[in-house]
Write a new protein. Structure first.
Length: 147
């Protein structure tokens, strides 16, 4: 494979204009191609396709299991998105906080909910090697381990 790939994610929406308000106006994602049935966003240099659905969309009870988002390599980028979310009064599903302080997996995180109940997590790790490393550590998220 080449040295650069882009992640592609498709999510359900019911209103393209409302999706553009959230992703473009509030989060700052550029709008790509669009039609009455879908909008493509540049989601932090990855492709997010918002597809219109007529099926009912309902919220999850909690932030697990389904969510998506960004892991930033620069803490200031994380802070910039947090500041935008606050400025645009977006819906926080989980407050900004520090997880696992003092551990290899220490990171700052917050969750947003878009107008269609899609959950987005934004995080920054103090130790970048924890993003894919630390296999000996079993803590992932806030849920207790299940076997």
């Amino acid at each position: 494979m080449g040295d650069r790939q882009l992640f592609h994610l498709a999510i359900p929406i019911t209103d393209p204009a409302l999706a553009k308000q959230f992703y473009a106006d509030a989060l700052g994602c550029a709008v790509g191609r669009e039609n009455s049935g879908a909008v493509i966003f540049n989601f932090f240099d990855h492709q997010l396709v918002a597809h219109v659905t007529d099926e009912p969309i309902s919220p999850q009870k909690g932030i697990y299991p389904r969510h998506f988002g960004m892991t930033f390599l620069d803490e200031q980028d994380w802070q910039t998105v947090l500041d935008r979310a606050k400025k645009h009064q977006l819906t926080f599903r989980d407050r900004p906080r520090l997880r696992f302080p003092g551990k290899l997996t220490e990171h700052r995180t917050f969750f947003l909910e878009d107008p269609f109940f899609n959950l987005l997590e934004f995080k920054w790790y103090r130790h970048p090697e924890a993003i894919f490393g630390g296999q000996e550590i079993t803590e992932i998220g806030d849920r207790p381990e299940t076997h």
